[in-house]
Design a protein around this ligand. Structure first.
Ligand code: ATP
Ligand code: MG
Length: 277
């Protein structure tokens, strides 16, 4: 008997989202069809206002579509109760925002432990899990710092550690490096690559085309729809995966120049023309 293929992590069909009513209505998503399988690293690009954040919010169950279908791991999302949606958000989805969203009056370790608050674990075991995750990001000596005592890059690494502390299978990142210099961006991207190499699904919105070289699929959105959807064919498969993060970090720190990362070849798998009305 052949094993059953698991359903896609995300499946959208004819998804619409509009805000406001009547003459004041804005269409943020205008009929999106999208399938994302487990383990994909998808970069989403497109001009300001084309619906990228709206899409991530709906994928992350922070918002609801106005029309259309959304299946999360094979389950229609509109049939899921409010309390289970919150549970799925806590347990399966990790959010990384451009603005870090750290609580300013909590220490780094308390910030990272925050998503575990409903997990039923004791305070001590939550802090132990947070500490373990911070160590992954080489921030163990910053555990008792306050967020304002960190650099922008460190704050974003804390935010990513917080997104990962409960081991979610899907990471949704909205311009995770938007507020960072190029060196910090590179470190964050390497960390996201490593998370991806562990089998997690990553969906990342970015305005920076250079960062799409970390993804294995690039989607361009236009006017609330998918304009192009391309698979990235890496020039040297698995090379990035074989370099340990510590070595990569040394390489980044040593390099005073801009990244010389080879631009991967891009193979278009589909192109949907946007019909202007
Ligand atoms: N809460 C809201 N109320 C009304 N309109 C909204 C709301 N949120 C988003 N929109 C509108 O929906 C459209 C898509 O917004 P969205 O934030 O998804 O764009 P984006 O692609 O993320 O843009 P950016 O690159 O600037 O972040 C925009 O026209 C925006 O004005
Ligand atoms: Mg946005």
């Amino acid at each position: 008997m052949t094993p059953k293929t698991p359903p896609p992590v995300i499946k959208l069909k004819g998804l619409h989202k509009s805000y406001g009513y009547g003459d004041a209505a804005t269409s943020a998503l205008d009929g999106m069809d999208l399938t994302i399988n487990k383990g994909e690293f998808v970069a989403i690009m497109g001009p300001s206002g084309c619906g990228k954040t709206t899409l991530l919010n709906i994928l992350g169950l922070l918002d609801k579509p106005t029309d259309g279908e959304y299946e999360l791991s094979g389950e229609p999302v509109d049939a899921i109760s409010q309390s289970r949606r919150a549970q799925i958000r806590r347990e399966q989805i990790g959010f990384v925002f451009q603005s870090f969203n750290l609580l300013p009056r909590q220490t780094v370790i308390e910030n990272v432990a925050l998503p575990l608050i409903y997990s039923g674990q004791t305070h001590t075991s939550r802090l132990m899990a947070a500490s373990k995750t911070l160590r992954l990001f080489h921030l163990q000596n910053r555990e008792y710092y306050m967020p304002h005592q960190l650099s922008g890059g460190q704050m974003q690494r804390v935010a990513i550690a917080r997104a990962l502390v409960n081991q979610p299978s899907i990471i949704l990142a909205d311009e995770p490096t938007g507020n960072l210099d190029s060196k910090s961006s590179e470190i964050i991207m390497q960390e996201l690559s490593e998370i991806h190499n562990r089998g997690n699904t990553i969906i990342m919105v970015t305005h920076n085309s250079r960062l799409t070289s970390y993804a294995d699929r690039i989607i361009y959105m236009l006017d609330g729809r998918i304009d192009t959807d391309s698979k990235v064919v890496p020039k040297k498969p698995d090379l990035a995966a074989k370099i340990p993060l510590s070595a990569k970090r040394r390489k980044v720190n040593a390099s005073k120049k801009k990244s010389t990362k080879a631009k991967p070849a891009v193979k278009k798998v589909s192109k949907k023309k946007v019909v202007k009305k």
